[in-house]
Design a protein around this ligand. Structure first.
Ligand code: FES
Ligand SMILES: [Fe+2]
Length: 389
């Protein structure tokens, strides 16, 4: 799991006037909306005696109050009021917890889980179609995987599996015809274009059957973003029907991934078709989970040499390369093994921007340890074995 990235913590609509518990990177977080409507995110641990702030309440001071002794924490994570000391009394300098930057985008609450200053953060992935209601109709869905997030993302951008895992999108006997046309990658994202030959679309009372002829050439554009560990799948069904499945895949912990999914379509834009869209999207996730939750090893192998890859796996190689760069060169990987001996005895929190901006401050909780970078350029191993394939 990587720090220093934006991740989706919750749907916007879920956070109203009460604090809400969220979980990212194995950390408990509290989300609360202040009077101006802004959502704030703090570590969900009171530094007095370890109370869970998400079980508390929001206050007149625009704080979240701990349910144990009522200490009030502001949006910056600083304690503003300690009831046992009385109104107007001072507050110890160490009475603060980590506060994380928050943005609301695409009906989701994005939390920056790291200590980088704003100008160094990778952007939240673009999704302009979400706000273009004239041309696109959105529906939301959600799916939880018992799997590591890097496996989930890799599955999302893998086109070769569709012929075997998703009968609605591909034929086994056409598997050798599916192919990638182009791909590109930068420091934190990648995109590609592929051609598939799927069966006619099902659903919507048979209307979809007319949308695409059997085995008609269909263009699919998968993309990935390190921010939010997002996958964007743009499917051009025919010359006038397109859909985009945008999912933010949040690492809840090492074994759990929560996917926040928004699908937009530029056809059948009436509400009566929403239910079918959600149903078909979730069916695809269930088909994927049956495979992904049974993969070995649990995590993506660190080295490409531990597996055999072919030309059509090149785009997944791009995702792995982006991950490895941020683990081995930038040192953003959380060292879960280093924390394991302290289980249930000590709490670590992901370092927030407040720590880096105020190095003189003393904090009650230690930051989560990170795997040190290799301190040297990546070992260059080939992305694929059979370049001629
Ligand atoms: S534990 Fe939170 S106020 Fe005491
Ligand atoms: Fe899939």
């Amino acid at each position: 799991m990587l720090t220093n990235l934006w991740y989706v913590a919750e749907w916007s609509a879920t956070v109203k006037d009460k604090p809400v518990k969220a979980r990212l990177l194995g950390q408990n977080l509290v989300l609360f909306r202040d009077k101006s409507g802004q959502v704030n995110c703090l570590s969900d641990i009171c530094i007095h005696r370890g109370g869970s702030l998400s079980n508390g309440w929001t206050t007149e001071r625009d704080c979240v109050a701990c349910p144990y002794h009522g200490w009030e924490f502001d949006a910056e994570g600083k304690v503003q009021f300690i009831p046992s000391r009385g109104e107007g009394s001072d507050v110890p300098d160490r009475a603060r917890i980590d506060a994380y930057p928050v943005e609301e985008r695409y009906g989701m609450i994005w939390v920056f889980m790291g200590d980088l200053p704003a100008e160094e953060r990778y952007p939240i992935p673009p999704f302009p179609e979400f706000d273009d209601r004239e041309n696109w109709r959105p529906v939301e869905a959600e799916f939880t995987w018992n799997a590591d997030v890097s496996r989930v993302v890799e599955n999302g951008i893998d086109i070769a599996h569709t012929s075997f895992v998703h009968p609605g999108f591909g034929y086994r006997e056409m598997a050798d015809k599916n192919h990638m046309v182009k791909m590109q990658r930068d420091e934190y994202s990648g995109s590609s274009s592929c051609v598939l030959y799927p069966p006619p679309m099902k659903g919507n009372a048979g209307l979809m059957r007319f949308a695409r002829k059997d085995k008609a050439e269909t263009h699919v554009h998968p993309a990935f973003y390190l921010s939010g560990h997002c996958v964007r799948l743009h499917i051009q069904v025919n010359s006038w029907m397109e859909m985009i499945i945008f999912d933010a895949n949040s690492p809840v912990d090492e074994n759990t991934t929560r996917s926040f999914v928004v699908q937009v379509r530029n056809f059948f834009k009436w509400g009566m078709f929403d239910k079918g869209s959600v149903k078909r999207t979730l069916k695809v996730f269930r088909e994927d989970a049956a495979i992904v939750e049974a993969l070995s090893p649990h995590y993506l192998p660190q080295s490409l040499e531990a597996e055999v890859s072919v030309e059509q796996d090149k785009f997944m190689g791009a995702w792995r390369r982006v991950l490895r760069t941020h683990i081995e060169e930038k040192g953003w990987k959380i060292d879960s093994k280093a924390m394991a001996p302290y289980l249930d005895e000590k709490v670590f929190t992901v370092a927030s921007p407040g720590r880096r901006a105020n190095p003189h401050l003393r904090w009650a909780l230690d930051p989560v340890p990170l795997v040190p970078p290799l301190g040297q350029p990546l070992n260059v191993v080939p992305d694929v074995e059979d370049k001629q394939a």
